[in-house]
Design a protein around this ligand. Structure first.
Ligand SMILES: Nc1ncnc2c1ncn2[C@@H]1O[C@H](COP(=O)(O)OP(=O)(O)OP(=O)(O)O)[C@@H](O)[C@H]1O
Length: 248
């Protein structure tokens, strides 16, 4: 795949902390519209990789490109978020004292207009967008409830909805199903699959049942580089993956 066709292109990326190489000559390429699952043992560098993509951590060496030709190493965190990379951390951080709907409204991209004519048009577009997000996250019936009263799973879905409200091209999702019930985990797989029809997605997760449900290409990281990549069946049959991760 040429770089032009990619949403994310990492090549030869390394970063050290106090002499320890957390990311070591990492190369990872994601096609436009692709969803990829990232697995790997604790300390493999998954979080650091996400930090590099979002501009939180600068690589010492290597190329990091977004959407074909945007050199992410030349931009800061705020610029990268504005360009369309949205990140969801493991713990939900919704505004507990606001309703579900208000959480989404507060996350919508773009300035509020002060001109009445524009305001009304925008308000109509926004309310349509909120309805869409409530439908995809299956939170329509909770729309007027305080976020504080949602279940753990629903809070995670709301936060994914808040990411969608910013209309990112690429979503980075860190361990979305940690602490979820089996039913919530399955629902999260459905939600991400639906989102991936119109967005590129990178999801880091340890739950192999969930990764199987996603049914996407898998990359296993180890010691800061790619150990194995391919279908979940191929990766989980890889002796090296069994040794460092699955067979623990
Ligand atoms: N800011 C930092 N300073 C020093 N060491 C760091 C820093 N950030 C990460 N590391 C180290 O880099 C390595 C990779 O960490 P990272 O958090 O990226 O792994 P991970 O794959 O996300 O692990 P987990 O599954 O536990 O979240 C670890 O050994 C970690 O201790």
């Amino acid at each position: 795949m040429s770089r032009k066709e990619t949403i994310l292109y990492l090549d030869g990326v390394s970063v050290s902390f106090d002499g320890f190489r957390a990311i070591n000559n990492l190369s990872l390429v994601l096609g436009k519209g692709e969803m990829r699952a990232i697995i790997g043992p604790n300390g493999a560098g998954k979080t650091t990789m996400m930090d590099i993509i979002t501009g939180k951590t600068r690589p010492d060496t290597g190329d990091v490109y977004f959407d074909g030709d945007v050199d992410l190493t030349k931009h800061d965190e705020a610029e990268i978020a504005m360009m369309g990379i949205g990140r969801k951390f493991q713990k939900p951080t919704v505004f507990e004292s606001h309703t579900v709907e208000d959480n989404l409204v507060l996350s919508l991209k773009g300035p509020r207009s002060i001109f009445p004519a524009l305001f009304h048009r925008r308000a109509a577009e926004e309310s349509e967008r909120i309805d869409e997000i409530l439908a995809v996250t299956r939170l329509g019936e909770r729309r007027h409830d305080l976020a504080a009263n949602l279940s753990h799973g629903q809070k995670q879905w709301l936060e994914i909805g808040m990411l969608l409200a910013q209309d990112p091209k690429l979503l980075l999702v860190d361990e979305p199903v940690a602490g979820m019930t089996d039913a919530e985990t399955e629902e999260t797989a459905r939600l991400l699959k639906e989102i991936s029809r119109t967005h590129s997605v990178v999801v880091v997760e340890h739950d192999m049942h969930f990764v199987r449900e996603l049914g996407v290409r898998v990359t296993c990281l180890h010691e800061g580089s790619v150990l194995s990549e391919g279908s979940l069946d191929a990766v989980s049959a890889d002796e090296r993956v069994i040794e460092v991760y699955l067979g623990r």
